[in-house]
Design a protein around this ligand. Structure first.
Ligand code: MG
Length: 340
């Protein structure tokens, strides 16, 4: 198999404010994995908090291409992805770009969408949440109106104007809200007080209320919280489930954190053993990585896959949302086509 790859930059439609600051763009790398006249596409997206860059991903993929050139068949997925994982620790987005390309390639060779290969019921996909960054009330109102067709609002809070933000949304809609704090509440008592305040405001769950390594306080909050708590930054890979299973009600799985679809499957299976709920999320990504993640959504409770809606230069056409519901298509592989 032959791996080729190229760096790109995604630009946001609007500057995106979260707890860590303001962002206007995200570096990505698009991979192509060739075998038997077919090309599978993959993507690495590198938000700053994961620590990967164009340089680190290209460096990693140069090593990965040597390994992939030694494999004559893409079907030996266990061995291929184990070898890729062993190249170096970390590099989870780079690894995901190989994993996604491999899944896309296999689907194309079999002329079947991944969800069909996995034997999933495409009607069981959830609605995607529609994300609002941290903004002034007027912009929040404008964004809520723009996301009118989406059934669930996801709002980022950071400990500053949190109540005002929720109240602003509630002046215009009663839609369910998923709250993402991105580690923005540093005090457990404040977190509990906020969650109690949110609990009668049609909030579905609260994601990553506390700093990621503060699992003692997460466990304290878990015992008292009237709303379900989801881990995001506190969990990256399969083995992290063991650390968070007693301090959260659910986990946010993202392909860029967990090295791709192969490990995401294992995480879903493991999480269910511990009665954890599952949210599948994304970074700022094109419809390539979004469509790949969407293939798994018949298995999850919630999905936050609006990443491609927020960027100006989506380099792929892929899965769609019909009235906000994730709608898998019949295209082979991950269900996305390059448009540049
Ligand atoms: Mg999050």
């Amino acid at each position: 198999m032959k791996l080729t790859f190229a760096p790109h930059t995604l630009y946001f439609k609007r500057p995106f404010k979260i707890a860590h600051g303001v962002r206007t763009s995200t570096p990505i790398v698009i991979t192509q994995l060739q075998h038997d006249g077919m090309i599978g596409y993959g993507e690495a997206s590198m938000p700053p908090y994961l620590g990967e860059t164009h340089e680190t991903v290209l460096f990693f993929l140069n090593k990965a291409s040597i390994i992939l050139s030694k494999f004559k068949s893409p079907y030996d997925m266990d061995s291929i992805l184990n070898e890729i994982d062993k190249i170096e620790t970390g590099n989870t987005a780079a690894k995901a770009s190989v994993d996604i390309a491999l899944h896309d390639l296999i689907g194309k060779l079999q002329n079947k969408p991944c969800w069909k290969i996995f034997n999933y019921d495409k009607n069981k996909t959830p609605y995607t949440t529609y994300t609002l960054g941290i903004d002034e009330p007027e912009i929040i109102k404008q964004k809520v109106a723009e996301g009118n067709e989406y059934k669930i609002i996801k709002v980022k809070l950071n400990g500053e104007n949190d109540k005002a933000t929720i109240e602003t949304i509630r002046t215009i809609t009663d839609k369910p809200i998923a709250v993402d704090v991105n580690q923005g509440w540093t005090d457990k008592h404040h977190a509990l007080e906020m969650i109690e305040w949110l609990s009668d405001k049609n909030v579905l769950f609260v994601e990553q209320a506390l700093p990621k390594n503060n699992l003692d306080d997460a466990a304290w909050l878990f015992e008292r919280s009237p709303l379900p708590l989801y881990a995001d930054e506190s969990i990256q890979r399969l083995w992290d489930i063991n650390n968070v299973k007693e301090c959260f009600h659910g986990i946010n799985i993202k392909l860029m954190k967990c090295t791709g679809m192969y490990e995401a499957h294992k995480m879903i299976e493991e999480a269910r053993k511990h009665n954890l709920k599952i949210l599948i999320g994304c970074m700022s990504e094109t419809s390539c990585a979004i469509s790949a993640a969407a293939q798994l959504t018949p298995l999850v409770d919630y999905a936050d896959l609006d990443g491609a809606l927020l960027i100006k230069n989506n380099l792929f056409d892929g899965i769609t949302f019909i009235d906000g519901k994730i709608t898998l298509n019949e295209l082979p592989g991950i269900g996305a086509i390059q448009n540049y």
